[in-house]
Structure formats: structure tokens, C-alpha cells
Design a protein around this ligand. Sequence first.
Ligand code: SAM
Length: 327
Amino acid sequence: MHVSQPGPTFDVHLDPEWARGALIDDVRRGLGRRPLRLPPRWLYDERGSALFDRITRLDEYYPTEAERSILEREADRIAAITGADTIIELGSGTSDKTHTLLGAFDATGRLQRFVPFDVSEPFLRDAADALNERYPNLHVHGVVGDFTLHVPHLPTDGTPMVAFLGSTIGNLYVEERRAFLAMLGDHLPSGAWLLLGVDLVKPVDRLVAAYDDPHGVTAEFTRNALVVLNRELGADFDVEAFDHIALWDPLHERMDLRLRANGEHHVRVPGAELDLELADGEEIRIEISTKFRIPSITAEVEAAGFRTRQVWTDDRGDVALLLSSVG
Ligand SMILES: C[S@@+](CC[C@H](N)C(=O)[O-])C[C@H]1O[C@@H](n2cnc3c(N)ncnc32)[C@H](O)[C@@H]1O
């Protein structure tokens, strides 16, 4: 029986003190030695999350609509196969595409709880409020956390399905991806499910167009990493003097998003007690987006203890959804 819920509830695993310490560590580690790199989790402050939302609506950025088309086609089947009563969405952002899933699961009468999980607290709270209004019988329980660390805090009672959409898994380096999948496989009980969305390898021109749009939205998104450092750590990056670069790395089959210094820069990052000399043309890696092949990602998921039951692609074969069970 569904009980009407008064409002969303929240767990916050990222307190501001801890987050600041983690940012300082990441900056010291990432910018204190070559090659320079920053982990992507700091891209998603309020402005970064809003910019990512704009990216998903660009014509060049095919993954969102391609994944949505699979969800629209298969949501009823996913609900029937899994019989899940809890959906946990990692890296949920606006949870925009998830409405399709929630609608289908809600119609089964079994769905009791939705757990959106994201590092970006303001976006998570807005999304949870909107979902609570739209599905008044559903317990919406938001979790503010880092999915590379806080998976062991996910609820495991009932029959949970973890949705990890938008090929966010492609933003992890291979060793991080393996560790993440292993942690998820260890934590979830037998009978739990994983719905994983991945972007597939495709011709380079389409990939580069998706990550280097002519409107400059993706460039603003990557430059936002420097805006965050200026604001949070008092850094003095001349943000507009960095060019957004989107490269295809054929060896690792991933897009590699970087910022390239235009001219020489002396940058102070007082909050991390760091001084940085950048040569003209020197690059900082901001994000990777690995593209997958179905057999190898299936093998990775299975190595983490899952059994893949279904794989769907969109009509054009751009992206895939894997539905796997624990055990
Ligand atoms: C590529 S977006 C995908 C958003 C949405 N799931 C979609 O399919 O369009 C990545 C999302 O993951 C969140 N995120 C990034 N790194 C994270 C981390 N380490 N832990 C939790 N959330 C993270 C971001 O805030 C953002 O909402």
C-alpha cells in the first residue's frame, strides 16, 4: 500500500568542510605535477550543472535524446523484468530522462522509493522537490554524495535498481571505473539490478562535434572548472585566456577535454598554497568521456559480479542500455 509522503528526505554525505579539503587535495595532486589534470566532480557546481543541462539540449549532443528513446521504448519492459520497488539514480542531475522510468515503474504499483544521488546539492534538491510533487505517493529520498566513495551508504532493502545513465561511467578512468563497479557489485544484494547507460564508439567527426559545439556551451562548461577554483580557492586564473580543446584519443577510445593556455600564465592558488607556471599552449585535462563497445563493457560489468540480462541500443546504434542483475 502506498502512503502519501509529506516531502522529500535527504542524506548529505558531503559536508562543506570535507568537500573543501577534498578540493584542495585534488588541486594539489592534479596541478602540483605534470601532466596537469582536475577531476570532473568539481565541474558540477550550480553553474556547471546548469551548463551541462544546456549541453544535453544541443543538437550536436546526441547521447541524451538517444538514451531517452530507448527508455521510452523499453521502460515498461524494464519495470516488468526487474520488479524493482526502489530506483536509485547515480549522478541524477535534473533526473529529466528518469521521468520515463518512474512513470512505467509507478504504473506497476510496486514502486515505493526514488533515491536521486548527486554531488550537486542545489540541483538535487530542486529535482527532488519536482519529483515529489509529480509522484506524491513516492518516497523521494535524495542523497548528496560522491558515487566513487559513498556507494556503501545506498539503501539495499527491498528490490533496488540502480540507474547510472548518460554514460557518466565514461567520465571515470579505467581503474576508477573498475573500482566503482566492484564496489557496487559488492554492496548490492542478490536480486538487485543495474541499469547502465553507455555511449558507444562511433565516427570521430560526430564525437568531436558533440564535445565542441559551435555555440561554445561545452567550452564554457570546461572553463567553469577554473571559475570554481577562482571562487573556492581564491585562484587568479584568467579564465577566458584558456581555449577549450576536444580531442579523440584512439588508444583509449575516449574523448579528452582539455583547457589550453593561450600565452604564458603565472597562476596563484592561495587556498591550496600552490603557484603554477603554465607555458604557452600547455594543457590541463578537465574531463574524459570514454566510448564503449558492448562486449567489453558487458565483460567489465560481469567481472564485478553482475549478470547482463538485456542490452538495448537506440535505432541509430549511438548509445546502449545494459540491464544486469546481481548474481
Ligand atoms: C554527465 S552528467 C549526467 C546527468 C544525467 N544522469 C544524464 O543522464 O543526463 C553527470 C552527473 O553526475 C554528477 N556527478 C559527477 N561526478 C559525480 C560524483 N563523483 N558523485 C556524484 N555525482 C557526480 C553531476 O553532478 C551530474 O549531475
